[in-house]
Design a protein around this ligand. Structure first.
Ligand code: IPM
Ligand code: MG
Length: 356
């Protein structure tokens, strides 16, 4: 029987509320599929920082390495300087645990959730593989003449051959294992960002190792357009960090909203981080109105990563069933009380409607 040691960071804003629902579903999955979970709740986030002056103490951070997975609700708070807590918690985990892949599936449960006319579930089923440790997020930046009229600010995008190649190779392997269209699209901006030529060349090299996989290419601006016009053209897409950040918010809307989009920040074989892609939405915090669907789906991705495939598939199936039967009708703020959604999904896991 699997036994998993998981660190849980509820975080800021709506983070703790959506995390609580994901944990209800995790407990139900453990019960039904016969594994056990030992959870360690970590208090880090903006409140903790404002009260104690620490963001993520090194000792607590190092303990993460010994766990099986990390679950994060959301981080971000307008009371703090822009980016401070995001860099101290989310980016630190991504960089220092070398979580080089950010997997962001975009899947449509039911036609009614899609804002695009005439798109069906079979038209929206893709995974964006976002490179997660380099690019514009590397943090190399500086200011000259700060605060003065002639101020200059710079930030360097960094791409390494190894970092680029490992993300691209994973995308090809994923296209093979999904066994759908067996297609990988490279999304970049090589026509303007000349450093993306490394992506162009690396992609071509890795593609030669996967003769069964069809390759496509789209510049990020065109990819945004295709994502709306023809989402059915995408199977797996791989893209640098910043572009992946941007296009996955767009993808979230195509599948029905930010309340639905989950992500896995992984380094295969090592402790990895699972989180909804939405932020902390401070204005909705404490109202019991935020959708925890994305957090629950992130929990499903965590179980898939841990090897609990039937439990992961059941969470996905339960969610699809709830949307298709209209017991869940949306994943926007206020569509359902937050604390009822976890119960619905947990109930569906314990007693699937199809078996009643
Ligand atoms: C995301 C978020 C983060 C990012 C922020 C919170 C730093 O937008 O996970 O998509 O830009 O990666
Ligand atoms: Mg983002």
């Amino acid at each position: 029987m699997g036994e998993y040691d998981i660190a849980v960071i509820g975080g800021d804003g709506i983070g703790p509320e959506v995390t609580a629902e994901a944990m209800k579903v995790l407990d139900a999955a453990a019960e039904v599929y016969g594994f056990s979970v030992n959870r360690t709740e970590l208090p880090f986030g903006s409140d903790h920082f404002l009260e104690h002056g620490e963001i993520f103490p090194d000792a607590a951070f190092e303990e993460l390495r010994g766990r099986d997975a990390i679950f994060l609700g959301a981080i971000g708070d307008p009371r703090l300087p822009v980016g401070k807590i995001e860099y101290g918690i989310i980016a630190r985990m991504r960089f220092d645990l070398d979580l080089y892949l950010n997997l962001r599936p975009i899947q449509l449960f039911t036609e009614g959730l899609c804002p695009l006319k005439g798109k069906r579930p079979e038209d929206v089923d893709m995974v964006i593989v976002r490179e997660n440790t380099e690019g514009a997020y590397s943090g190399m930046h500086g200011f000259m003449h700060k605060g003065q009229a002639l101020e200059v600010s710079t930030q360097t995008m960094t791409y390494t051959r190894q970092g680029t190649e490992r993300a691209i190779r994973y995308a090809f392997e994923l296209a093979m294992s999904r066994n759908k269209r067996k297609q990988v699209t490279l999304i970049d901006k090589a026509n303007a960002i000349r450093a993306h030529d490394l992506w162009t060349r690396t992609f071509a090299g890795v593609a030669r190792e996967f003769p069964e996989v069809t390759t496509e290419h789209a510049y990020i601006d065109a990819a945004c357009m295709w994502m709306i016009k023809n989402p059915e053209w995408f199977d797996v897409a791989v893209t640098p960090n910043l572009l992946g950040d941007i296009i996955t918010d767009l993808g979230a809307m195509v599948q029905g909203g930010m309340g639905l989009a989950a992500s896995a920040n992984i380094h295969p074989g090592r402790v990895s981080l699972f989180e909804p892609i939405h932020g902390s939405a401070p204005k909705h915090a404490g109202n019991n109105s935020a959708s925890p669907v994305a957090a629950i789906m992130a929990c499903g991705m965590m179980l898939d990563y841990l090897g609990e495939k039937p439990a992961a598939a059941a969470i996905n199936g339960a969610m699809r069933e709830l949307f298709c039967s209209e017991r869940l009708t949306g994943a926007g703020t206020g569509d359902h009380p937050t604390n009822e959604v976890g119960d619905l999904v947990a109930g569906e896991l314990r007693q699937p409607a199809s078996s009643v």
